[in-house]
Ligand binder design. Structure first.
Ligand code: GDP
Ligand code: MG
Length: 442
């Protein structure tokens, strides 16, 4: 992963000065690779890297994070900034109906989106109307009707038996219809081609001209990869775009198209489509996309939470123990439990960490009451016992149980738990790429 690769780059720098130019260059190379792997277009990558380098140069080295974590944080913040810049919601017309036109290549997911938007708008208390202005493919009208039915939303379509209708006329008429039957949002589904062509663009532009849409949403398949730039440029210039919808995010695309399209169109990414079902749809979350592009899951969130919770010196001490192979003591265990509890819902937190299943079992059932008991037991031990739990034999266990008002079984359980945690802490030290721990690059 990027974290691992970056961890290999930095020398022991931590908590003082600034990143060296050589470190920054090496880092930039890794980030560039990660972005290209995610299918971000090359010119977009270049511009982005330049910005990140600038920021990394100016950044003080953090007390709480190692340089690799810190750079990742910078990259992540920049990505979120770019992806979420000028974040905004749909604009609704002062005089209904609000007109939302969908544009994009064939197969991008427009018709599906019409249904999703219809359902979503309805849930928000709107009275949407879906309009079948794709008369290119024989089945397109029918497809929209099915989707509309599922969404519980009326579909405006050319009357059957009229021969091939004129999509521009249908679109224009639909606005009058919406006014008549008092629908407050009109969603116009349009035709697409497999590739961009002049006729399709001209038709889309005409539909735009007769309906004066409040929004032209450009729908793009997240799997499109490097073609994202050319496609987005064509629609930007041919129809004009006010917002972007990324579809098929349930696939395994890393989502680099998001960054490319954002950069090319200058318009916000407003929604994300994540499946064929109507409910597989949500507003767009820049945070999630940034993590996805970097291929890092929510490890970033974990870094941030770690940064918040652990005081730097506490972490430093813990790290020295882990890295130096020093014994992880019962005092440390208690400190960790308290710190982890402070981080918030343990289940959420641990599910973000790769391979943390075991640790989760380990801590999941520690509620506040339990924590009090654990605290009492550990406090009833002598410093020698806390530092070297191996010496806690049977008679010591009885003494500790009596002293803490618990049972020998409780003490036994705690010691077992501790032994497990000790193992886990070693693994976690590696996983989190804790500072000072050099890793081999691949
Ligand atoms: P259009 O040509 O732009 O109208 O695209 P459609 O809405 O007809 O979608 C093309 C195909 O992609 C259909 O089979 C949809 O079910 C599918 N599809 C649309 N959106 C998504 C999505 O977010 N995820 C997945 N997996 N499939 C999608
Ligand atoms: Mg369609």
């Amino acid at each position: 992963s990027l974290t691992e690769r970056l961890s290999g780059i930095f020398t022991q720098l931590r908590g003082k000065g600034r990143l060296s130019e050589a470190d920054i260059d090496a880092t930039a190379r890794e980030i560039r690779l990660a972005l290209l792997e995610a299918d971000v277009a090359l010119p977009v990558v270049k511009e982005f890297i330049a910005r990140v380098k600038e920021r990394a140069r100016g950044a003080e080295v953090s007390q709480a994070l190692n340089p690799a974590q810190q750079v990742i944080k910078i990259v992540h913040e920049e990505l979120v900034g770019v992806l979420g810049g000028e974040e905004r919601r749909l604009s609704f017309a002062k005089q209904p109906p609000t007109v939302i036109m969908l544009a994009g290549l064939q197969g991008a997911g427009k018709t599906t989106l019409a249904g999703k938007l219809g359902r979503w708008l309805r849930e928000q208390g709107h009275t949407p109307l879906l309009v079948a202005a794709d008369l290119q493919r024989p089945n397109a009208v029918n497809q929209l009707q099915i989707v509309g039915e599922r969404a519980g939303v009326e579909v405006y379509a050319p009357q059957p038996g009229n021969g091939v209708g004129d999509p521009i006329q249908v679109a224009a008429d639909s606005i009058d219809h919406a006014k008549r039957v008092q629908r407050d949002v009109v969603v116009i589904d349009t035709a697409g081609r497999l590739g961009v062509d002049a006729e399709m663009m001209a038709q889309a532009a005409s539909i735009r001209d007769v309906t004066s849409p409040d929004e032209v949403l450009f729908v793009i398949d997240a799997m499109i990869g490097q073609d994202a730039v050319a496609t987005a440029e064509a629609f930007r210039d041919g129809v004009g775009i006010t917002g972007v919808v990324l579809s098929k995010l349930d696939g395994d695309a890393r989502g680099g198209a998001a960054l490319s399209v954002r950069q090319v169109t200058g318009q916000p990414i407003m929604f994300a489509s994540t499946g064929e079902k109507l409910e597989d749809f949500d507003v767009f979350y820049p945070e999630r996309m940034a993590s996805r592009i970097l291929g890092m899951g929510d490890v970033l969130t974990l870094i941030e939470q770690a940064e918040k919770v652990f005081e730097a010196d506490q972490q430093e001490r813990m790290t020295a123990k882990l890295v130096g192979g020093e014994q992880f003591t019962l005092d440390d265990f208690l400190e960790q439990l308290i710190a982890i509890r402070r981080m918030g819902p343990i289940g959420n937190l641990l599910s973000m960490m790769p391979g943390a299943g075991q640790l989760k079992d380990q801590i999941a059932d520690i509620d506040d009451k339990h924590l009090d008991r654990v605290t009492a037991i550990i406090r009833s031990m002598t410093p020698a016992e806390r530092g070297t739990p191996k010496i806690i034999n049977g008679s010591r266990r009885v003494r500790i149980a009596t002293g803490s008002g618990t049972t020998v079984t409780d003490v036994n359980q705690l010691l077992e738990r501790f032994t497990e945690a000790q193992k886990m802490m070693k693994q976690m030290g590696g996983m989190m790429g804790l500072p000072g721990r050099r890793k081999a690059t691949k």
